[in-house]
Design a protein around this ligand. Structure first.
Ligand code: MN
Ligand code: MN
Length: 470
């Protein structure tokens, strides 16, 4: 329309309708460069941390470079102090002490660093028809067929009988061998084609191929398995029984890359939820002396219900927070009831290829910014921490004031399923909690995609929240 004059209808709609525009139309000057730079750091984070243990190690390296040190129980803490606690190498909590007392609460960003993958079973190695394989037990919610015929890397630790821990990371360096799970050729798949999705490939078929060369020239059984154990023994000093005290996992070997001719999107394994983990971590590491104490949680075990000693349900988080509170002689319960938590986790981005699974009016869109979810859950909000309208209003105002590009959505059509986050476990502690994070395409697939603008806006949003009093 050339006519600059707005009609009555247009004026009214501008005044009353929710404005929905692509994030690229809402950026500040120079922000595209910031987005690009931020995402370069994020891609390194993805490649360095393909397991929760590796994420913890890398996050500690970044934190120590930014002046953080391990929290000592009983020490005195001053405003601006930067501390962290490593929970058994699999989860990490960091804090920057605020100018105000913890009696005024804390601002917490909680994300998770575990991702769906193929864990090795405790007795994994076997030989069949002179080929050696590793049995796996998948971790988290996966479409099993997606994990066949892709290059895999082997990560984890083996604790030997003498107690020594050996770190394994094969398939990441140039020239490293990689691994794979096979699938049936289409020529012979007429029976397979009749099966439903969960049975096209079963869990017991997710066996990782690890070798085929027999040991020596002698006749005998299990010669390939022998040769594989021989390599493992030489490289790691391990014998077959050491698998029993190992945590090894097959993860996609692909590295984080730009996707699209315009490079607007990142493709990588494990973006759920390392994309929000990096956003919270980076925002925290850049804080110097916040008003309110800022906390970043990188939790483990979210993908299997946040259970266990390193999951968000563990008392380890409360122990960390009570250590902070003790240093200021503040009761933990006082801190919790004034605290705010952003449960930073991904949501599903609307996928036009599968439009039937989404409710377009309440879906998250690529490049529309960090996505607040008032609630998550499935089958009638079950498992959700439904944030209050008051809390949504505060977060909304903070984002608007700080020019954070944001949207609000829920995950797909109500009857299609759903999902949960750590939000309910934080809210159960009497902490006001709301979900927000990056919309992801192909979530839980070996190769997930996110929009760079949304990744950056989650960081920008978290940084704004760390500087807000709730
Ligand atoms: Mn998640
Ligand atoms: Mn997930």
């Amino acid at each position: 329309m050339e006519n600059k004059e707005q009609t009555e209808l247009q004026k009214k709609q501008k005044e009353l309708f929710r404005q929905k525009t692509n994030g690229y139309d809402r950026l500040e000057d120079g922000e595209e460069t910031l987005i690009r730079d931020y995402c370069e750091g994020y891609k390194i984070f993805l490649d360095q941390g393909k397991t929760e243990r590796e994420c913890v190690d890398y996050a500690i390296r970044l934190a120590e470079a930014a002046g953080f040190r391990p929290l000592v129980r009983g020490e005195t803490l001053r405003p601006g102090d930067k501390v962290y606690r490593n929970n058994r190498g699999k989860a990490l909590t960091l804090a920057v002490i605020g100018k105000k007392s913890l009696a005024e609460g804390a601002v917490i960003g909680a994300a998770h660093i575990d991702s769906p993958r193929l864990d090795l079973k405790q007795n994994p190695l076997y030989e069949d028809k002179e080929m050696a394989y590793l049995k796996t037990h998948y971790y988290g919610g996966i479409k099993k067929y997606q994990w066949t015929t892709i290059p895999l890397a082997l990560h984890g630790v083996v604790v030997l009988e003498n107690g020594e821990t050996v770190t394994v990371r094969i398939g990441e360096d140039p020239g490293d061998p990689q691994f794979t799970v096979g699938d049936l050729l289409p020529h012979l798949a007429s029976d397979q084609a009749q099966k439903t999705m969960g049975n096209i490939v079963t869990a017991e078929q997710l066996n990782v191929f690890i070798g085929s060369r027999p040991f020596g020239k002698e006749e005998g059984t299990d010669r390939v398995k022998t040769a594989i154990l021989d390599i493992l023994h030489e490289k790691y000093g391990m014998v077959e029984e050491d698998f029993l005290s190992a945590e090894l996992m097959a993860v996609p070997a692909a590295r984080a890359v730009d996707i699209g001719l315009d490079r607007s999107v990142i493709g990588a394994y494990g973006q759920d939820d390392r994309v929000c983990s990096y956003a919270c971590l980076k925002a925290l590491l850049e804080l110097e002396s916040p008003e309110i104490t800022a906390v970043c949680v990188l939790a483990d075990k979210e993908e299997i219900g946040s259970e266990g000693v390193t999951g968000m349900q563990s008392w380890a988080f409360d122990a960390f927070m009570s250590d902070l509170c003790d240093a200021q002689e503040v009761p933990l319960k006082t801190c919790y009831e004034k605290a705010f938590c952003l449960s930073a986790d991904v949501t599903a981005a609307y996928d036009p290829n599968f439009a039937e699974a989404y409710e377009a009016r309440n879906s998250a869109y690529l490049n529309y910014g960090v996505c607040i979810s008032k609630y998550t859950g499935a089958r009638g909000k079950s498992g959700a921490s439904d944030a209050s309208a008051e809390l949504v209003a505060k977060v909304r105002r903070t984002f608007a004031e700080n020019r954070v590009v944001w949207q609000l959505a829920e995950l797909g059509k109500t009857d299609q399923g759903g999902g949960g986050t750590v939000a309910c476990y934080m809210a159960n502690r009497n902490i006001d909690t709301i979900d927000a994070g990056v919309p992801v395409l192909s979530m839980h697939a070996p190769f997930e995609t996110t929009a760079k603008l949304d990744c950056y806006m989650t960081y920008k949003g978290m940084k704004a929240l760390y500087n807000t009093k709730f």
